[in-house]
Structure formats: structure tokens, C-alpha cells
Design a protein around this ligand. Structure first.
Ligand code: KIV
Ligand code: ZN
Length: 498
């Protein structure tokens, strides 16, 4: 019989908690549909009690998705569980994911409680959730730093109370692989009734060991892994789905299968990166731009003679096709629509027309339009309803001269102009912008990244601007990086609460 590992994707919950990565409901549905196409077993769609937006997203994802189980997170609190059950009402398969901190520091500092009382609360939450749904997952938060003997008592109690899955999170990413594997093994050896539930891993990457820890868990009996696309997640992130899927595919000798259609990995990775404005580091395993690029002479020579000399994965197996540069100014609307469909993006006619218009403008500036460009264009109308829009921007800069910028803004239909000099083109443009939008705001972080290659490439700019003691995240993409920077700054301003 097949030894099957269930893939629980939490890109839309743990991944989406990353500041600046928030998606609207339409975007979340797009990601959820892509995850369904990828073959994940469970989609953690949100934490419904945390906000009306999360509540609504869980409802809409439940309606949109057919095969995967839809999961909603709660604390071990009846109100949370009620709200989660309500949000899941349209899901064809539903799961409530409830839990509580079990490490001594959580028990003492977070709950001011005792070990026994925490078990009582855990059991009560699971029993309560089981009255509302059949599938209840329990998480023992900070299990990575929870003493194994006590953890085994918790796990035994929640399984008796009806938990169908028990999640053992290494919440702080602290464990060593051997230590995490031993923890899972300990549970299998000491928990009565452990065969009645699936044991799940949930590893964070604070010390760069999330995937290694997850694999140690799997090798010691865990049969569900909680992962995100591109390893996105709070702080250093979560275990990357693509890494676990490709480890198991490459090491067929382990004998564990997943339902992941690995050829969809790359398109889904690009989609998530683009929608969440979260660049993938170039050397990221499996999905980084350089993951299959051999630059040293010795490697190139070897790969040309036989790819297996240096490549353990065929790039086609993860959906990287050599024809990813596909569109040019001569491509028609149908070609654009087809490429978008391959990337998992479905647009109505009106939106397609708009994206096509932008596509033609970009194709005027740039010879080859690649998948990343297309995804940026498809997400570009986020700024359409913004109060402040960039009307024009003119910058002169050079070596040995001060840069000068003049800028025109359209603020709620009214036109404004500003002009300033600065110690570089971006500095001048932002100073000119600040002459119009006169607020106490500070640029905290500023990154520019070329999307692919070539001097005519689009630049993506991520910015963080502090205003009124809060940090706002902005994004801009343009073949002109000064314009992309100004767009990102304006994107931040448009998000200011006051
Ligand atoms: O990292 C963690 O402990 C979590 C739980 C809420 C499952 O994300
Ligand atoms: Zn987590």
C-alpha cells in the first residue's frame, strides 16, 4: 500500500501573516485555486476570528475550491471555534485547527497557567470543535521547546478528546533536526492511541533548519507536513512546500508519496511571489532564478555532456520551461490570455483588455515579455482605485551634478506639481513628492530588484515608509526604476490610515 504524506499548505495563513504580504479575497482565491491545481491536500485559508477580511476569505475560498480540505485556525477559545465553523460552512471538506501553547514559557508567561490546566483547556477546545466538525486538528504551540514527557500527555489527551490530526509546531525554529525527529519518535513510542490521529510537522526556519526538521519528522512517522510556497512566513519563514515535494520525489527510496503535481511548482511559486510582492531569493532551492543555472566552466562542460553530472532535478519536473520568454509586441490578446491561464490567472474580458493595453505599452519598451512581467501586469490594477496617482515624473541626473525632479500627482482628481533637487534621482523624486504630500514620513527600507535579466528589464521596488508610528509597505514595478520607486512610495502613502 502506498505510504502517503499529506501536504497542508499554510501560505494563506502563516505565510500571509508576513507584514506587507497581505492579499485581498480575490487574490487569495486565485492562490487557493492554484494550490488545488498543485495537488495540496489541505489549504489553511485563514484565522477567521482575527478580522472580517479573514472570515470572508475563508468563506469565499470554501466556495471556490472543491478537492482540498479547507482549514481555519483558532485559539482554544469557544468564540474562535464558533466563528471558524461559521466561516467553513460552504467547504466541501472542512477542518478546524485549534490549539494552545504547551512550552513552560508559554504556560507561565502567555497564559499564567499550569500544565494541568492547559491540558484541560486543550481537551475542552477539541471536544467543542468536534461538536461542530468531524475533522479537528490540534496544535501544541511551541512544541519544539516543550518537554517531551508533558507533550506526550497533551497529545494523548487531545487524541482521546477527538483530534484527528495533531500538529507539533517548532514555532520558534529552535530544534535541531535530530532533536525534532526524536520528539516525533518519542510521541509514537509513548502516546496511547497515536495511531488514531495523523501527526503533523510545522517547522519555522529561524535557524535555517525548517526543511531538515520537517524531513526528520517525516522519517520518524509524521504523515502530514505544514508548508508554504517559497517557504514564505513570519520572520525567516516556514518549511517550503517545493523543497519537501522535491526531496521525496528525488529520494524515491524513502518510499513516501505526495499528491503534488511537481510540474506546477514553478508557476505557483511565481504567482505567490508576484501577488504577495515577496521576491524569491535567486539562490532559493528549487524555485530560485539560479537554482538550475550553471555558471562555472567545469559545471557547464559536465552538464552539456550529460545533465546528470551536476543536476539532480530536471527543471521540467518543477515546471520550468525553456520557453518562458514567450510574448512580444506582436503577440495578440489570445496569446496573453493563454499564457495567463498557464500561470493560473483567469481574468474577465474587461480586466484582460486592461492588462493587454498595459502589455502593449510594456512591449514598446521591452522586447521580450516574460512570465514575471505578465504576472506583475496582471496584478497592476491594485493602484487603480488609489486616491493618489502618479501623473508624470521628469528627472535629470548624472555624474558631477545634483539630480533634479519634477513630479505631477493626481490626488482624488485634482492635479498637483512639485519640484526638488536631491543627491540622486530617487532622492530628488521623493523630495519633490514630499513637497506635495506634506507629512512626517520616513523611508525605512528600500529594495530594487530586476525581474529577470537585460537592461530593458522591469525593476520591482519594495518600500517601507513609517508614518504616525506605523510602518506601511509599498510596491512598484516599471522599466524605469525611478518611476518604480516613486510608485512604491505612493503605494505606501495610499495605505496611510489617516
Ligand atoms: O508556528 C506555530 O506554532 C503556528 C501555530 C499557530 C500552528 O503557526
Ligand atoms: Zn507557524
Amino acid at each position: 500500500m502506498e505510504d502517503r504524506l499529506f501536504i497542508f499548505d499554510t501560505t494563506l495563513r502563516d505565510g500571509e501573516q508576513v507584514p506587507g504580504c497581505q492579499l485581498n479575497t480575490v487574490e487569495k482565491i486565485q492562490v487557493a485555486k492554484a494550490l488545488e491545481g498543485l495537488g495540496v491536500d489541505v489549504i489553511e485559508a485563514g484565522f477567521p476570528v482575527s478580522s472580517p477580511g479573514d472570515f470572508n476569505s475563508v468563506i469565499e475560498i470554501s466556495k471556490a475550491v472543491t478537492w482540498p480540505t479547507i482549514c481555519a485556525l483558532t485559539r482554544a477559545v469557544e468564540k474562535d471555534i464558533d466563528v471558524a465553523a461559521e466561516a467553513l460552512k460552504y467547504a466541501k471538506r472542512k477542518r478546524i485547527h485549534t490549539g494552545i501553547g504547551t512550552s513552560d514559557s508559554h504556560i507561565k508567561y502567555k497564559f499564567n497557567s499550569t500544565r494541568d490546566e492547559i491540558i484541560e483547556r486543550a481537551v475542552a477546545a477539541v471536544k467543542y470543535a468536534r461538536r461542530l466538525v468531524d475533522d479537528v486538528e490540534f496544535y501544541a504551540e511551541d512544541a519544539g521547546r516543550t518537554d517531551n514527557e508533558y507533550l506526550a500527555r497533551v497529545v494523548e489527551a487531545v487524541i482521546k478528546a477527538g483530534a484527528t490530526v495533531v500538529n507539533i509546531p517548532d514555532t520558534t525554529g529552535y530544534c535541531l533536526p535530530e532533536e525534532y525527529g526524536r520528539k516525533i519518535k518519542y510521541l509514537f513510542e509513548h502516546v496511547d492511541g497515536i495511531d488514531k490521529a495523523i501527526i503533523s510537522t510545522h517547522c519555522h526556519n529561524d535557524l535555517g533548519m525548517a526543511t531538515a526538521n520537517t524531513m526528520a519528522g517525516v522519517l520518524n512517522g509524521a504523515r502530514q507536513v505544514e508548508v508554504t510556497i517559497n517557504g514564505i512566513g513570519e520572520r525567516a519563514g516556514n518549511t517550503a512546500l517545493e523543497e519537501v515535494a522535491m526531496i521525496l520525489k528525488s529520494h524515491a527510496d524513502i518510499g513516501i508519496q505526495t499528491n503534488i503535481n511537481t510540474q506546477k511548482i514553478y508557476p505557483v511559486s511565481r504567482m505567490v511571489s508576484s501577488l504577495m510582492n515577496m521576491p524569491v531569493q535567486p539562490n532559493k532551492a528549487i524555485v530560485g532564478r539560479n537554482a538550475f543555472a550553471h555558471s562555472s566552466g567545469i559545471h557547464q562542460d559536465g552538464v552539456l555532456k550529460n545533465v546528470q553530472t551536476y543536476e539532480i532535478i530536471d527543471p521540467h519536473d518543477v515546471g520550468i520551461d525553456d520557453n518562458s520568454i514567450v510574448l512580444t509586441a506582436r503577440s495578440g490578446r489570445a496569446a496573453l490570455k493563454n499564457r495567463l491561464a498557464i500561470l493560473g490567472v483567469k481574468l474577465d474580458q474587461h480586466k484582460l483588455d486592461k492588462v493587454y493595453e498595459e502589455f502593449l505599452k510594456l512591449a514598446d519598451k521591452k522586447k521580450d515579455i516574460n512570465d514575471d512581467d505578465i504576472l506583475v501586469l496582471a496584478g497592476a490594477d491594485r493602484s487603480q482605485n488609489h486616491r493618489i496617482k502618479l501623473d508624470y515624473l521628469q528627472v535629470t541626473s548624472g555624474v558631477g551634478v545634483r539630480s533634479v525632479a519634477s513630479i505631477g500627482l493626481n490626488i482624488a482628481g485634482e492635479k498637483f506639481e512639485g519640484c526638488a533637487s536631491g543627491n540622486g534621482p530617487v532622492d530628488a523624486a521623493i523630495k519633490a513628492l514630499k513637497k506635495i504630500v506634506d507629512r512626517q514620513m520616513t523611508l525605512k527600507e528600500f529594495t530594487i530588484q530586476a525581474i529577470s535579466k537585460g537592461s530593458d528589464d522591469m525593476g520591482k521596488v519594495h518600500m517601507q515608509v513609517e508614518y504616525d508610528s506605523q510602518v506601511y509597505y509599498g510596491f512598484g514595478a516599471n522599466t524605469d526604476i525611478i518611476a518604480a520607486s516613486v510608485e512604491a512610495y505612493i503605494d505606501c502613502i495610499n495605505k496611510f490610515k489617516a
